[in-house]
Design a protein around this ligand. Sequence first.
Ligand SMILES: [Zn+2]
Length: 403
Amino acid sequence: MHHLFYEHPYRRTHSTRVTSCEQHNAVWHVSLEETIFYPEGGGQPGDRGTINDVRVFDTLYDVSGDIVHICEAPVSDDALCTLDWEWRYFYMGAHTAQHLISACLAQLSYPTVSVHLGNDAVYVDIDAKHLSEKDIAHVEQQAFACIRQNLPVVSRSVDSVDQLALRRPLSQKAISRIHMQDIRIVEIGNGDIDRVACAGVHVNSCSELGYILYLSEQTMHERLRTMWLVAEQARSHIRLMQHSTQEIKHILSEPLQSLAKRAQTIQKNLKEQNLVIRSLQQKITSIKCTAATSGLLKVEKDELYVIKEIIPMLLKKTDQQKVFGAYYVHESHSHASETVVDWIFVHPPAAVLNHPLCISSKDNNTKRNNSKMVRGTNTLSEFSFFLKDCYDSIREPPIADDL
Ligand SMILES: [Zn+2]
C-alpha cells in the first residue's frame, strides 16, 4: 500500500480503491491501494475519518506490517477517503512541538526518554530530577525563537544515517529494519535545531505551532515527566489562568503584583487559626470531661449550660469578687430520675473568643441591664472549676460513715 501521508501530509481527501475488507467482530478491517490515513506509531495516534461516508475509527499496522483502516461498516470498490483533519492536524502539530521541545531540552543536556502526545498536553519524559525556572525559560524562549523565525520542518527518507548527527541514536529495532525500508529523518531548521529519525507526520514549518507553554512536571520512576501545551492548548490555558486570576484579584481586592504575597499571608493566618482551633477543640474536650465529673456543666453543640440552682451562689460569689455583669439567655429542662434540672445557657463560650467569660442572665422579662461578668475566669475550663468551687463551698460536708 502506498503511503501518501508522507508525500502529502496536508492532503485531506483522496480517491483510491479497496483491496480487501474483512469483518472482525463488530468492525471491518479495510485495506486500500494507497492511503492518506496515518497508522498509529511513534507516539502519534492513528488517523480517523471516513471512507465513502463510512466512519473510520482508527488506523494501524497489522501483524504483517500492512495498514488497516478500522471501519464501522464494510466498504468496497472505489473509496473516497476523507481525513478527520482537526484530529490529524492537531497531532501533526503536537508531534512537531515534541521534537522542538526535546531539542531544546537536549541543549540543556536533558535527553528525552519517552514521549506521549495527549489531547490535553504533550508529555516529554526526560532524564532529569527537576526543571528550574531558568530551564523552563530556556525551552520556551528557544522554541518561540524557532516559531518566530518560521524555521522549516523537513521530513526525508535516507538509506543510511552514518553521516548524520542525530539527537537520539536509532533503536535496535530501527537498525534491524534499515535493509527493509528507508529511514525517515525529520529536521528542524535544516538540522541546526534538531535532527532525529521519526516515522510520524509533522507540520511543514515551526510557525504552525503558534506557541509552546510549559505546564508542569511530575517525578516518575528514575525520570521526570514534563508537560507542555501547544497552540490552542496554550491559548485556552492562558485564558483560563487569566480568568481565574481576575476572579482571585476581585475576591481579595488585591493587585496582580501582590496577589501571591497576599495568598501567602492568608495561608499563614489560616495555619495560625487552625492551631488556635485545635487548641480550642482540646479545651472543649477538657470542659466536657470537667462537666461530666462535676455535674454542674454540660456542653452541647459547642454551647455551655450550667445548672440553674447554682446561679444564686454564683452571683453571690462573683459579687464578692467585684463582678460587674452576668445574664443568661434561655433555659432548657432535662428530666432525670424524676428530678427536674434547669440548665442555663451561658453565652458566649469565652474560650472561643479568649475574652473574660460572660454569663447570660436574660430571660423573657428582663433585659440585659443586669448583665454580669465573671472576672478572672478566662476559659471555659477555668470557669467550670470556678463553678465547682462555688458549689462545693456552700454544700454541707459529707458525713463520714465511720463517725
Ligand atoms: Zn516525529
